[in-house]
Structure formats: C-alpha cells, structure tokens
Design a binder for this molecule. Structure first.
Ligand SMILES: [Zn+2]
Length: 104
C-alpha cells in the first residue's frame, strides 16, 4: 500500500491521493506540510491518540493539552498521560491544576 508522500509519515492516504489527511489539510491551510504552531490542533489526531493511548511525537502544544484533557476525562493516570503526550508528569499535573484552559 502507498504511504503518505511526506518523509517519515506512515499514515495511509485515501485511495487516489498521495498525502494523508493530516498533511493534505496542512498544505491546504498553510502551504507547508510541516507547519505546526502551538495553537493549531487537529481534532482527528487528538481523538486518535486519546482513543488508542499511543505515544505520539508529532503533536502541537495545543494538541498535547487536548490529548491530556481527553485522557484525564477517561481517568488515565498522570504518569501514563505524560508518557503518551511526551511531557513530564509534573506538566500534566500543572495542566490539570489549571483546568487545561489556561494551558491551551
Ligand atoms: Zn502524512
């Protein structure tokens, strides 16, 4: 099967496309497949990470906060959340203390 044409991306594009959903959207929106900024969140990515509880490196700051919030809602321990979103447990506890709103 074809993988997304962006180097290092293993997501599978839809049939007939050369880019995965995320990169296709980034290029459409920003003209740059690697564009990220802390305030950008891809709901699809956030949902996926929350559902699968799989460590994800390629998240924006906002996505990390949203994933942490989603996992907290599912009663996932702080240490586990920290591992999944790639921050220290202390950061997760701080986000919780702030109610995630300020962090985001
Ligand atoms: Zn891709």
């Amino acid at each position: 099967m074809n993988a997304c044409r962006i180097d290092g991306c293993e997501s599978r594009p839809r049939p007939g496309r050369s880019l995965c959903r995320k990169h296709q959207k980034r290029i459409a929106r920003y003209g740059d497949p690697h564009f990220t900024q802390w305030s950008v969140a891809d709901e699809f990515d956030v949902d996926l990470v929350v559902r699968e509880r799989r460590p994800a490196g390629d998240l924006t700051r906002l996505e990390r906060v949203l994933v942490a919030r989603g996992l907290t809602d599912r009663c996932v321990p702080g240490e586990e959340i920290a591992r999944i979103v790639g921050v220290t447990p202390r950061t997760v506890w701080r986000w919780r203390a702030e109610g995630f709103k300020q962090a985001a």
